[in-house]
Design a protein around this ligand. Structure first.
Ligand SMILES: [Zn+2]
Length: 456
């Protein structure tokens, strides 16, 4: 849908598609979910009360890193407030173009993608395809290995005779700085018939201690990137590159694990589990790391500074909108689950009150509306009162990377050792906030996240 909204010249069709999309489950027919959402929310109040909680959010967040709905709300409100000036700036930029049309128009929600794309072209002209030749899959993986070497002293040696389930799979023996065995990493990057889509990390053999013996793990990083064709190697997009580093971060969490019981291996709350992965994305696009691995597949030329600068500038593009529609959805989720008494409004009416209360700009709609917000309504627990956790995890990774930056060296050894010891090795053995405090010496703040998104 976004592609259509981005490029379709016909404004009426943009409006038609957009309204069709945002009214899913809210139309006057048998598929209307409005009352169902209301019913689920009301039943959750009963469930929470039976378990001794005032509301469902309290119950759901108690064993997360945030611990209380107030902590989660505090983060959402801070980010929401910080995003407002940027949202207004983006609206003004787009309205300028919309007003200059032969028939001037007032920007509406179905126009956002279309004019944002025009602003992007004018202000941040970055063609993603220009980057691809510098992102050969093998080199990107080597870049991730190099980063782990600089941070933790790990080395990765290809194993040619390791038993594998498919010829596309590559196996690496991972060793520590002192030569001791860390584990085995399997890389399975290309699509094939019968393989699940997407990218993930998994533990084939989880690390644990058995009869006094440290069983080292076998972990896998799976992706579905474009396969090499003829003599053209697999070339990745910038998104893919970030995904490779992301999954590799989960991989390091599994590889460096140092727990006794397998049940505690990587067993951390949903608002903490993305810290080891997302933090790696900061190295992926750091100029110092890019220059190490991003080399043109034909000429070997290192990625030029002008492309790196364009990439960095593009990072803050449209972030007011992206942040606004996310936080609106997260606040909507919290509104549903902070209810302490049965609510007598159906989804559409409830949502209107909630969004009016936060003063949502008329040209932004929450990323998910109540009647198709499957994260919070389709499973008994899932992300109910937990949609905030994506943002929470980003606060953590931005703040954690800031710890490295503050030393003036993104590979600072003291900080890296502390991250390894206090976060990566610990699995679910300690309270996540304690682990973070031990690493950082302070609670995380959203400052680094806001700066990264150009909101501060
Ligand atoms: Zn992840």
């Amino acid at each position: 849908m976004n592609q259509f909204l981005q490029y379709a010249e016909n404004r009426d069709l943009r409006e038609k598609l957009y309204k069709g999309y945002i009214n899913r489950g809210m139309n006057a027919n048998e598929y209307n979910n409005s009352e169902l959402a209301q019913k689920v929310a009301n039943l959750r109040i009963t469930q929470a009360n039976l378990l001794g909680y005032k509301n469902f959010a309290q119950y759901s967040i108690e064993d997360k890193m945030a611990k209380t709905p107030e902590e989660a709300m505090n983060l959402l409100t801070q980010v929401w407030t910080a995003a407002q000036p940027k949202i207004n700036e983006e609206i003004a930029d787009m309205q300028k173009l919309a007003s200059a049309e032969p028939t001037p128009i007032k920007l509406e929600s179905w126009d956002w993608w279309y004019y944002a794309e025009k602003v992007r072209k004018a202000k941040f002209d970055l063609d993603q395809e220009e980057l691809r030749p510098y992102f050969q899959a093998d080199s990107v993986m080597q870049g991730a290995f190099w980063t782990a070497n600089q941070l933790y002293g790990l080395t990765f040696e290809a194993l040619s005779d390791y038993p594998k389930y498919h010829e596309d799979v590559k196996a690496y023996k991972v060793s520590d700085a002192d030569g001791s065995h860390v584990g085995v990493l399997l890389i399975d990057f290309f699509p094939r018939a019968g393989k699940l889509g997407g990218a993930w990390m998994d533990n084939y053999v989880p690390q644990r201690i058995e009869n006094g013996k440290d069983i080292r793990p076998v972990v896998t990083n799976v992706g579905n990137y474009t396969k090499p064709v003829g003599d053209k190697p697999a070339l990745l997009s910038l998104d893919d590159v970030e995904t490779v580093f992301h999954e590799f971060g989960h991989g390091l969490h599994g590889l460096l694990s140092k727990v006794t019981y397998p049940s505690l291996n990587m067993n951390v709350p949903a608002d903490f589990v993305e810290l080891p992965s997302q933090v790696m994305e900061h190295w992926a696009t750091h100029p110092q790391v890019l220059k190490q691995y991003a080399k043109h597949y034909q000429t070997g030329e290192v990625i030029p500074d002008v492309l790196i600068e364009k990439m960095q500038k593009a990072e803050t593009f449209n972030q007011g909108f992206v942040t606004g529609e996310f936080v609106a959805a997260a606040l909507l989720d919290m509104n549903w689950h902070l209810l302490e008494t049965e609510n007598n409004l159906d989804a559409a009416a409830f949502e209107k009150v909630a969004m009016d209360n936060i003063g949502l700009a008329s040209s932004i709609v929450p990323r998910y509306r109540s009647t198709y917000f499957t994260h919070i309504f389709s499973s008994p627990t899932g992300y109910a009162a937990g949609y905030y956790s994506y943002l929470w995890a980003e606060v953590l990774d931005a703040d954690a990377f800031r710890a490295f930056e503050e030393t003036g060296n993104i590979f600072d050894q003291k900080t890296a050792q502390s991250f390894r010891k206090n976060i990566l090795e610990k699995g679910g053995c300690e309270d996540p906030m304690d682990m973070y405090l031990n690493f950082r010496g302070a609670k995380p703040t959203p400052d680094a996240l806001l700066e990264g998104r150009g909101l501060k």
